[in-house]
Each structure stands twice: as C-alpha cells, then as structure tokens.
Write a protein that binds this ligand. Structure first.
Ligand code: C2E
Ligand code: CA
Ligand code: CA
Length: 387
C-alpha cells in the first residue's frame, strides 16, 4: 500500500484503523494493541459479533479513499477453556493468514478444519527430512504423446512427485508443494526429484540406448536460487546426460509476478542449452502480445481450458486462439489434462501436436512407464535413439 499510495496515506490508514479498534476495546471492555506494521490484536469479551465488527472496521477503511480499495483481513479465535491467551492469539493469527491464498473470505474464524489443516501441515514439515532420507518421495511419469500419428506415440514424460508417507498414505503434491514453497523447503525436494529423474533417465539410457526426455517442474522459488543453474548442470553431468534429457517447466504466474528476474534466469538457462517450457499457460494472465518477447521453448496449455472445450464455445475459441498464436510464433504447445477422445480430436483438428492427460495415460510409476514407452519405441527409432 505504501509503495503505491505513499507513506503518508499508509500512516493515515493505520491511525484510523488503530483508533477504531481502540474505540471498540473501550466500548466492550476489551484490550487492543498493535503488534506489527499493519497488524492489530484485539481481545474482546465473549459474545461480540465478529461479522459486524469486521463490517465496522472495513467501513471505516472505505471512508478513507474513494479510489483506493483497502481490504481488511481478520482472523478470529473464539474463547476456549484450557487455552492460554498466547495460544488463542496464535490461532487467531493462523486464521488471519488463511484469509489470503485459496480462501476468498477476508474474515476467517478458527475452526476444527483449520486446526486439522495446521496439524497436518506441521506434521508434513516435521517429516520432510526423514521422508527424503528414507526415499518416501516417489516420482511418477505421465507420458506425453505426439498425436499426429495414429495411434498417438509416447515421446517423453512429465515427472510428478508424490509422497508415500508411512502413516498418512499417498499424499498428492498439491498438499505439500505450496506448503514447502511458503516455508522455503521446496528447493531440497525439487533437487531430490531432479536427481531421481536424471538417474532414471540414465538407467533407461543404459538399458535401451534411448534417451527419454523428461520434463521436471521448477517452483517459482527455485528460479530465485542463485545456484539453480549449477545444480541442474551438476545433475546432468553426474548422470552422464545432455541438456535434451531434462526439460524444465516454469509456471506462467512466475513470469508475470517478477517478469524481469524470471526472464533473466530463463534466458541464461536457455543459453546453456536447457529447454524451458511455460507451465499452466493461460492461468497467469501474461498478455498474448508479451508472449512474442518471452523466452520459452514450449507452452503447456492448462487443463481447465481443455476440460470444457466440448461444451463451452468461449473455451473452445480460446484454445483455438492460443494454438493459432503459438503457431505464428513457432512455439510448440503441449495440451494438458486431456480426458476424452473428443477433446483429443478437437485439439488435433486445430493443429495441436502434443498432449498429456488421463485419456491416454495417468502418471505412472517408473516400471509401468518404462513398459508403455519402450513397447512403443522401435530400437532403431531415429527420433530418440542416442548415438
Ligand atoms: P502441473 O505441473 O500442472 O501438473 C499437471 C497436473 O495435472 C498433475 O497433477 C497431473 O497428475 C494432473 N493431470 C494430468 N492429466 C490430467 C487429466 O487428464 N485430468 C486431470 N484432472 N488432471 C490431470 P499432480 O500430479 O497432482 O500435480 C499437481 C501440481 O503439483 C503440478 O501441476 C505441479 O505444479 C506440482 N508438482 C508436481 N510435482 C512437482 C515437483 O516435483 N516439483 C514442483 N515444484 N512442483 C510439482
Ligand atoms: Ca508441470
Ligand atoms: Ca500445468
């Protein structure tokens, strides 16, 4: 807020909010304090209606400016017997931190669901080290197909991590990747995945004399690691691979969040020989005009657009538009999340050459992927055989 509207305006907002919270504490016989730059804690006697309190504070903020939209976030912990005040404030803060990210609400009351989620996340954080040391993380390989031929031909894979937790069972990446990103732990896990994938590609190379190109996911946090390129180069060298073996996927939202920095890193990776694809294309609002100047070797079109192409004319047009522009710019597209024959046919008609999705194959464990891939590849296939 300060960066956009100046310090003076920021001060005015904080003072107004502080005064209002102070007024509430006096009216209700509670206690209030400011505990951070823009964070206030308020203890109120039992029974106060938090929705009207939220509305009162938000309304106060609304009076400060007509053209700046100041959004209040509020977390509530209701009094609970047996908890220390510090624990209650901690939970109110947890609820408040949930009011960003995937929760659209700006007023969150701490409840059992949040408590369970908190315990679950704490558990995952605590177990990460052990999980890595005892090989609980598994890499699954989702085949990618060239659909110009009939039947479609597997040409490589995307590596997707899962956690086979001894007590919690198989945990999908959406449960732990965002968490480790937030807590700065994702780098360790991603390095492990890249190493595991490189070792697997090398094993296939030894066994079949064929290099299977595998795409790995880079978290937005990895992109800011100054050692990134060295780590990737080391991974290739240690496993005797060249740059064509390990393809990199960087999510579109990373490009749009910090474009200058990400573009610099990606340019440098490409100069060294890596192929970098833009993941989740269409979700991060990178403008289509921007695309022509972005350094990318491939676009991964997000599955949400493809899921509705049969029923939603707008999505169908959008997919056609993306494919048309990619074609003009000579950037190959991999369509993700293809679930039906009709979707595949639709894409094929529009000139899309590569797809990935449950219709052709779910992500597979290495031995299953190996069977699928090498049964379809002739030993002297010029496209993939190494010299
Ligand atoms: P993503 O990179 O967009 O990966 C594609 C996701 O779509 C995968 O989910 C895949 O299993 C799923 N998928 C594939 N085909 C279909 C389909 O036909 N229909 C539907 N509904 N879904 C399909 P998954 O494996 O759960 O991974 C989720 C996300 O977690 C990935 O999204 C990626 O962002 C992240 N992720 C996975 N592995 C890694 C990793 O090793 N490192 C990092 N940083 N992120 C990872
Ligand atoms: Ca991906
Ligand atoms: Ca994707």
């Amino acid at each position: 807020m300060n960066a956009l509207n100046g310090w003076e305006f920021g001060d005015r907002v904080l003072r107004a909010l502080g005064d209002e919270i102070h007024a509430v504490s006096i009216e209700t016989g509670g206690i209030a304090g400011r505990f951070g730059a823009d964070r206030f804690d308020l203890y109120c006697p039992h029974g106060i209606d938090h929705k009207s309190l939220f509305d009162r504070l938000q309304n106060k903020l609304n009076t400060l400016s007509h053209n700046v939209n100041i959004r209040l976030r509020m977390g509530v912990m209701e009094w609970q017997a047996g908890l220390e005040p510090v624990q209650m404030f901690d939970r109110a803060r947890t609820a408040c931190s949930m009011a960003r990210g995937h929760y659209a609400e700006h007023l969150i009351v701490f409840d059992e669901e949040i408590r369970d989620r908190e315990i679950f996340e704490q558990r995952l954080m605590n177990d990460l080290r052990r999980g890595l040391d005892s090989y609980e993380f598994e890499v699954h390989y989702q085949p990618q197909y060239d659909i110009r031929t009939d039947p479609p031909k597997p040409i490589g894979a995307e590596a997707l991590v899962r956690w086979r937790h001894p007590e919690l069972g198989l945990i999908p990446p959406d449960d732990f990747i965002p968490l480790f990103e937030q807590n700065g732990q994702i780098g360790i896990l991603d390095k492990y995945v890249w190493q595991e994938v490189a070792r697997q590609i090398a094993r296939w190379q030894d066994g079949y004399n064929v290099t299977v190109p595998v795409a790995v996911n880079l978290s937005r946090v990895d992109v800011f690691d100054s050692e990134l390129e060295k780590t990737l180069e080391d991974t290739l060298r240690q496993n005797g691979l060249d740059h064509s073996a390990l393809k990199l996927e960087v999510t579109e939202s990373a490009y749009t969040e910090n474009a200058t920095r990400v573009i610099k890193v990606v340019e440098s990776l490409r100069k060294s020989g890596f192929k970098v694809g833009m993941d989740d294309f269409g979700m991060g609002y990178s403008s289509l005009s921007m695309l022509s100047s972005l350094p990318v070797d491939a676009l991964k079109m997000d599955g949400v657009f493809i899921q509705n192409i049969e029923h939603d004319a707008k999505d169908a047009q959008l997919v056609a538009l993306i494919l048309g522009i990619a074609d003009t710019l000579k950037i190959p597209v991999v369509a993700e999340g293809v679930e039906t024959e009709a979707q595949m046919a639709f894409l094929k008609n529009l000139g899309c050459e590569m797809v990935q999705g449950f219709y052709l194959s779910r992500p597979l464990q290495a031995p299953d992927f190996e069977r699928l891939f090498f049964e379809s590849v002739k030993p002297d296939d010029p496209g993939t055989a190494t010299s």
